[in-house]
Design a protein around this ligand. Structure first.
Ligand SMILES: [Zn+2]
Length: 203
């Protein structure tokens, strides 16, 4: 089985639980893998979340079932520690989202291009935010490439930027405490800016 699938413990498509008006129910499928305890727990937590959210915001799911109307396109890192909905205490429907390792924006990324086109021409979003984060493993890998060819290919623009301009990307890999102690080398650029969130485009 080709990489990366050979290393996956299981590969399942799971339909998340949402109230009846979404027309979907907790279920599983594809492949001959059985549900692990972790996935059972995940589905239980999903049901609990849907129940609690319906109770706290009874109009939310009925409204979202009709249409989505996000104001923001969020382009962020795939890192599990920076979920945009959580860190901004947002609701489902608030962000249209594209995430990848190290929040790279590449002209040849068909996925990103389709997200951009639909968010602008289909959803009329008002803001596009490209947001990095502290301790980014993708940025760290761009400076010290791991033995992961697909990852290295993806973050090559950051590697090229780092090697070509000798700007400091190190602050992006550090915690806020260590970042404050770090002295950047070379000229400062937007990539080394201490603000974790920079507005890149506004309509
Ligand atoms: Zn990251």
């Amino acid at each position: 089985m080709p990489w990366p699938w050979r290393n996956l413990a299981s590969s399942l498509m799971v339909n998340s639980f949402l109230p009846d008006w979404f027309g979907t129910l907790a279920t599983t499928s594809i492949s001959d893998c059985s549900l692990s305890e972790e996935l059972d727990e995940l589905l239980d937590r999903n049901k609990e979340w849907a129940t609690n959210t319906s109770f706290a915001q009874p109009k939310l799911f009925p409204r979202l079932a009709k249409a989505q109307n996000p104001k923001i396109l969020w382009i962020g890192c795939s890192d599990s520690r920076v979920p945009e909905t959580e860190i901004f205490r947002a609701n489902p429907g608030d962000f249209f989202v594209h995430r990848n390792i190290a929040n790279v924006v590449r002209e040849d990324d068909a996925s990103l291009n389709s997200v951009l086109q639909y968010s602008i021409d289909g959803l009329n979003i008002k803001h596009i935010i490209v947001c990095g984060h502290y301790c980014c493993g993708g940025v760290k890998a761009a400076m010290d490439p791991p033995n992961l060819p697909a990852v290295n290919d993806w973050i090559k623009p950051i590697s090229d930027l780092y090697q070509g301009s000798q700007i400091s990307l190190i602050p992006l890999t550090l915690s806020p405490q260590r970042r404050a102690q770090h002295r950047p080398r070379g000229r400062g650029t937007g990539l080394a800016h201490p603000c974790p969130l920079q507005r890149t485009e506004q309509r």
